[in-house]
Design a protein around this ligand. Structure first.
Ligand SMILES: Nc1ncnc2c1ncn2[C@@H]1O[C@H](COP(=O)(O)OP(=O)(O)OP(=O)(O)O)[C@@H](O)[C@H]1O
Length: 391
């Protein structure tokens, strides 16, 4: 597992609104068991109580996904993270039945995926939930443009129309001018972009990424992550992203499902996973994450002690990271106010911010609450030098 030495705050673009309509994917009680007579395993408490080695000896079966449930909300980047063998690929392949689940329910927009016939499944995979693989399987004899147009060709779109659409998407992923090249004439990162463009061209409702960047060198990988963040921000497309890399998960995910031995051991925002690990396994997993770059000032703030305190001092947004607040406090030499639409919702001081960095409970950390009057305070004057994240 790589450590998150360069974890950065989440993208602040389009984020899913939990209240915004029904989920795109809804998964409940999902199991995938490989091996003979796999069906009998999920419903048999004697078998499910066995450890992996015991189950293998007794039945020849392996449980890859164990009683998993979650919703993928419209417009979110939902990351499935875990070490090798934890069940990530199996879980995501079950969503479109590239792997047949053993038990449980899966719905897309309320429609039962397990009840779909072959034609409906094909439509699901082509139009509604397109998979982007690590090895994109580009067609070597085709140009970039024709590779991108491939999915549209399969859909039966006419040549002129699909090439026009493909050219649009090629430009969107930054490959303008390379339309006539063949895959062998591209760098690894450029090939990834072609694969991404091919998936985007069919305009799927959800993009499913299976460790698409794990073979790339770190700089190109970073570049591709930025690309995904940009696309997400601009289009608000729902994405499910598999990775075993924690820093990638923290950078991309609106929410992260952390898997171990087929189970989801914690499902939460990067801040929840880093700030409130569910168990020792998760705590150990996130131990090296620079907390100040992931946790927001909400973790450290306390109510203002007076109207005076609520009305003066540097200002930061509620979603500013602790790191950004430290900079604001250090520059001003005084505690910072957390302003939400002009209203002071709390105060962060150096002691509380340092406690977060040190991994301690902030001394007076509190839920967002209204500060004493005046509840509406002036915005900081324009032109004041402010760190990123300050309002
Ligand atoms: N076709 C199969 N037959 C038997 N066991 C399988 C099969 N596919 C996967 N498994 C087992 O299921 C478990 C989960 O595998 P899976 O590939 O989903 O993990 P993963 O988290 O995606 O791993 P990686 O990061 O290495 O790709 C592993 O124990 C694996 O050996």
């Amino acid at each position: 597992m790589s450590t998150a030495t360069s974890a950065t705050p989440q993208p602040s673009g389009v984020t899913a609104d939990p209240a915004a309509g029904p989920p795109v994917f809804s998964v409940d009680g999902l199991w995938k068991v490989f091996g003979p007579k796999a069906d009998r395993v999920p419903g048999d408490p004697d078998l499910t109580a066995l450890d992996p080695a015991g189950l293998r000896t007794r039945t020849g079966c392996t449980v890859a996904v164990r009683d998993v449930g979650f919703d993928v909300r419209k417009g979110e980047v939902f990351v499935v993270m875990g070490l090798s063998g934890s069940g990530k690929s199996t879980l995501v392949r079950c969503l479109t039945r590239l792997i047949e689940p053993t038990a449980g329910t899966i719905a897309i927009d309320g429609e039962d995926v397990r009840a779909m016939d072959k034609a409906r499944l094909r439509e699901l995979r082509r139009h509604r939930a397109a998979m982007v693989f690590q090895h994109f399987g580009l067609l070597p004899h085709r140009t970039v443009l024709d590779n991108v147009a491939y999915g549209l060709e399969i859909q039966g779109m006419g040549r002129a129309q699909r090439r026009a659409k493909a050219a649009e998407v090629v430009a969107k992923v930054g490959l303008e001018g390379m339309e006539q090249r063949r895959p062998a004439q591209l760098s690894g990162g450029q090939r990834q972009r072609v694969g991404l463009a091919r998936a985007l061209a069919v305009d799927p409702q959800v993009l499913l990424f299976d460790e698409p960047f794990s073979a790339l060198d770190p700089l190109i990988r970073r570049d591709m992550q930025e690309e995904v963040i940009r696309l997400h921000r601009e289009e608000g497309r729902t994405m499910v992203f598999i990775t075993h890399d924690l820093s990638e998960a923290l950078r991309l995910g609106d929410r992260i499902a952390l898997m171990r031995d087929g189970r989801v051991v914690q499902l939460g925002t990067p801040e929840e996973i880093v700030g409130s690990p569910a168990d020792d396994y998760v705590r150990d997993f996130v131990r090296d994450v620079p907390r100040e770059q992931v946790l927001t000032v909400r973790t450290a703030m306390r109510p203002a002690s007076s109207a005076d305190e609520a009305g003066s001092g540097p200002a930061v947004r509620p979603d500013a990271t602790v790191s950004e607040a430290i900079e604001a406090v250090a520059r001003a030499g005084s505690p910072a106010r957390v302003l939400d639409q002009g209203r002071c919702v709390g105060i962060v001081d150096s002691a509380a911010l340092l406690s977060v960095v040190a991994g301690m409970e902030a001394p007076a950390a509190t839920e967002p609450s209204a500060a004493p009057e005046p509840s509406t305070v002036p915005e900081p004057s324009a032109g004041t030098e402010r760190p990123e994240g300050a309002v």
